[in-house]
Design a protein around this ligand. Structure first.
Ligand code: NAP
Ligand code: MG
Length: 493
């Protein structure tokens, strides 16, 4: 294992003495990163009108990976024009059967280039290669395959005999699942006959740009997909552009609110996928070891940068101590370090800003009186890192129980009865997801009926499938992505 990587209280000398892992880095050479990238408009990479650019870095090392163009309002306008032109002249005229061929082709190229996509995602985002390789990229291909299958069957989707596309979709996505969020946005939009202008997050633009190359490779007609890189201002220009018919946004509740204000009073349709503060609820009859795996997966998957993360553990009081003891033992075996190492469980925090936010909310947790615990953990010297952390003795009023931390930090709360579990789980401004761990099917159904969350997982957590709709209640946003429901957001009513 590389000196500056790994960790865990594998920490403890006993575990280390028993066995150690040799480094198993995935090769970086499978991916060609250009020194600079243009904007992808009308099927070509073009220079931005005013020549501005920014750097994207690897959060694990702070190494600069590439210089990326910053799209101004004028560039966004060119992209929207290209999308409009492609929609009117080509894409909306094409039969669903022809559109589906392009989507199938894109899905197959994603599979063929999956290793390259996974390495690039882990480099730019900081997530472990085990996740980008085994979760993100396979799901990306699956979403394209799934929506490819719908493109010629829209009249059977339950939205009328001849559903029509909305036109041009302006799409803005976050940095936590860069390529997967792109797939959730682009696949249903194209299947339904829309063209798109997509803005990836400032810190993770590279896989979107590789996706642009894949569109070229698939011979997708120019202008059907346009990628405009940039920061918040570019996103604002996409959302506010008068010729955008549909706005699809995934990101924070604050930005979602400002987008809702921008489009209010226009004819644009909007879907917002925002934050969450999910309860992962463990009853005393749950299979404890499985539940512990589910808790770990719920909050430490992708460093906790997951909108539906199980960031509040609600555990029944009678088993709380046992669950906590086992959880701590399991956490001590998590390996933190180089995202490209196949043994790594926990990668880098995506940016210095996100790390500062996680640190400050964790400090608030301590100041408010909760008990903080992390396994012994050597953090690498460079890059942005935060150890897996749990807080016990958390009360409902604590900020760490109410606000989204968006990092590897779990707040533990106890309950006595199912009714109390429901009340505590629903006591949040969000409503994106929840988990229930119990042996009783009837209790799962009883809980699922009462939990105000878009997704309720039973005896599992953070499982995704293209056929299943995903979305929230309350401040978690509105609209659904995935499944048949995901098409509705891209079809005229
Ligand atoms: P964010 O700050 O809201 O950013 C999301 C995207 O919006 C980024 O591309 C961002 O650009 C852009 N943006 C920023 N200001 C904008 C504005 N005024 N108008 C238009 N676009 C703007 O969120 P984040 O911190 O990147 O992402 C984390 C959040 O996303 C969390 O709250 C998480 O829960 C949520 N999320 C939700 C889901 C879901 O499906 N519900 C999935 C994943 C993440 P820059 O990055 O360049 O600033
Ligand atoms: Mg980056």
């Amino acid at each position: 294992m590389a000196d500056d990587t790994v960790v865990g209280s594998a920490a403890t000398s006993t575990t280390r003495a028993m066995f150690d892992y040799a480094p198993a880095p995935e090769s970086r050479s499978v991916v060609d990163i250009a020194s600079s990238y243009g904007l992808f408009i009308d099927g070509e990479f073009t220079d931005p009108v005013d020549g501005r650019s920014f750097k994207t870095i690897s959060p694990a090392s702070e190494e600069v990976l590439a210089e990326v163009s910053e799209a101004s309002e004028r560039d966004v306008d060119l992209a929207v024009r290209a999308a409009r032109n492609a929609h009117t002249k080509v894409w909306s005229k094409m039969s669903g059967r022809e559109r589906s061929k392009y989507l199938f082709r894109i899905a197959r190229i994603i599979q063929e280039r999956s290793r390259e996509l996974a390495v690039l995602e882990s480099l730019d985002n900081g997530k472990p290669i085990r996740e980008s390789r085994d979760v993100d990229v396979p799901l990306v291909a699956a979403y394209f395959f799934y929506y490819a299958g719908w493109a010629d069957k829209l009249q059977y989707a339950g939205f009328g005999p001849d559903p029509r596309p909305l036109g041009v979709a302006g799409q803005v996505i976050p940095w936590n699942f860069p390529l997967l969020m792109l797939a959730w946005k682009i696949a249903p939009a194209l299947a339904a006959g829309n063209t798109v202008v997509l803005k990836p997050a400032e810190t993770t633009p590279l896989t979107s740009l590789l996706f642009a190359e894949i569109c070229q490779q698939a011979d997708l007609p120019p202008g059907v997909v346009n990628i405009v890189t940039g920061a918040g201002e570019t996103g604002r220009a996409v959302v506010a552009h008068p010729d955008v018919d549909k706005v699809a946004f995934t990101g924070s509740t604050d930005v979602g609110r400002s987008i809702a204000q921008t489009v209010a009073g226009t004819t644009k349709s909007v879907t917002l996928e925002l934050g969450g503060k999910a309860a992962n609820i463990v009853f005393d009859d749950a299979p404890v070891d499985q539940a512990v795996e589910g808790i770990v997966n719920g909050i430490f998957f992708n460093q906790g940068h997951v909108c539906c993360a199980g960031s509040r553990l609600l555990v029944q009081e009678s088993v709380a101590q046992d669950v906590l003891d086992r959880l701590k033992r399991r956490m001590a075996t998590l390996r933190l370090g180089d995202p490209l190492d196949k043994n790594t469980d926990i990668g880098a925090i995506n940016s210095a800003e996100q790390l500062a936010k996680i640190r400050s909310l964790s400090d608030v947790g301590e100041a408010e009186g909760a008990g903080r615990w992390s396994p012994a953990c050597d953090l690498p010297q460079h890059g942005f890192w935060f150890p897996p952390t749990i807080f016990t003795g958390v009360s409902q009023a604590h900020r760490i129980a109410r606000e989204e931390i968006f990092g590897p930090v779990l707040s533990v709360i106890t309950f006595r009865t199912p009714a109390e579990a429901v009340e505590k789980a629903n006591n949040t401004p969000f409503g994106l997801s929840a988990g229930v761990w119990t042996d009783k099917g009837s209790r799962i159904l009883w809980m699922a009926d009462r939990l105000r969350a878009g997704v309720v997982w039973a005896n599992t957590f953070n499982k995704f499938d293209p056929t299943s709709p995903f979305g929230g209640y309350k401040e978690s946003g509105y609209g659904r992505e995935g499944g048949r429901h995901g098409l509705e957001a891209y079809l005229a009513k």
